[in-house]
Design a protein around this ligand. Sequence first.
Ligand code: PLP
Length: 428
Amino acid sequence: MSELLEQQRDHLFYTWTAQQKAAPLEIVGGQGARFQTADGDWWWDLGSTTWNANLGHGHPVMAARLAEAAGRGLVAGPTAAFPDKARAGQLLAEVTPKGLTKSFICLSGAEANENAIKMARMVTGRSKVVARTRSYHGATLAMLSLSGDPRRELFEPGLPGVLRMTDPYCYRCKYGLQPATCQRECAQDLETTLMEAGPETVAAVIVEGVTGANGVFPPPSGYFQRLRQICDRYGVLLIADEVLSGFGRTGRWFAIDHEGVSPDILTCAKGLTAGYAPGGAVVVNDRVARHFEDHVLFCGLTTYAHPLVCAAICAAIDVYKSESVIENSARLGQWLGPRLEQLRSTRPFVGEVRGLGLLWALELVEAGGRQPASAADMDRLYATLKKNRVYAHRRDNLLYLAPPLVIQSDQLEACLQAVETSLDQVFN
Ligand SMILES: Cc1ncc(COP(=O)(O)O)c(C=O)c1O
């Protein structure tokens, strides 16, 4: 172990792992879709680091704009006014779905969701929240309570008043339906959940634009329109958690844009600053914004709309636009779908490939069946990918492909070949 890793191990925690099992990478730099480790090796970043490196590594504009902002030495509290802050709000209103006008800028996805739920409770005067069975909304105590994620279990009982609705998990459809017979029963489950709880007690439903770490389920068409109708019928606020699926990840600015639906509240982080600074935001419509004209907004952070966060937001949105990053994600996603389908059709251990833009999952199964691939095989796959210098996320029997959105098509093909080789080394 290098001196640096030893020093780090002695005095800092690694997250989501027993400390003894932590396997840190000593990253020294990077360029686009690849990063370099201290041993001189270059890795494909097929996980966009923490699903957030949408603009890749070593982006010169991000580096320059942040250096410039840091050089101003501005120490500004939550009530301060300064140009990057005003512009960040303006840009967020511009790129988020129609009708969303006002932002609350914080530091992370979990904080964005915390504040979204607090706002929904204050606006509606109701307390319950519906979330999906498979979902992730952050690691704070309240957001873990909302998350349909195994990581919640240790922290039960958590936030009271959390209700569950089912997922658009078509490959293992809870209702046993095929596309031709599907009537969007999974979206309709929201109404069933509301009726059971008493809709007048429910403040909001929170759903990811496309479920990320819990499976990548692009919803069937009309899904969000149905949720919108049900929410309107009962005065429940629709919160789109676009922390992972936002900022081009699915080939549109936000995943909900695929259906042209506007939520009441949209939360974002990750791609918002593309990993170059912490950053999160809650963007709300007029109904929510108006409430706080004459009611106190009981939300705030010492570092609310921090100058470096605002600079990173402005710079990232400028780069998304000037380099047509979102268009690149959409274009490569259209190519990737058939390419992965070809991979699936020649490998009986790949049950399904699904995704949008540059957010994909391979569901790995026992050859020819539907039983999930074993944990031992998944461990071997992960180790093999690492040996082949591919960094990717996995969960249970799912392998995720989510490269930086600035990746080029020949690089994506090279990544896929490394993935194919790794899969064949383990499963054939
Ligand atoms: C959909 C979703 N929401 C919220 C979060 C929490 O974001 P953060 O880790 O920035 O708090 C994540 C993080 O992975 C996420 O994927």
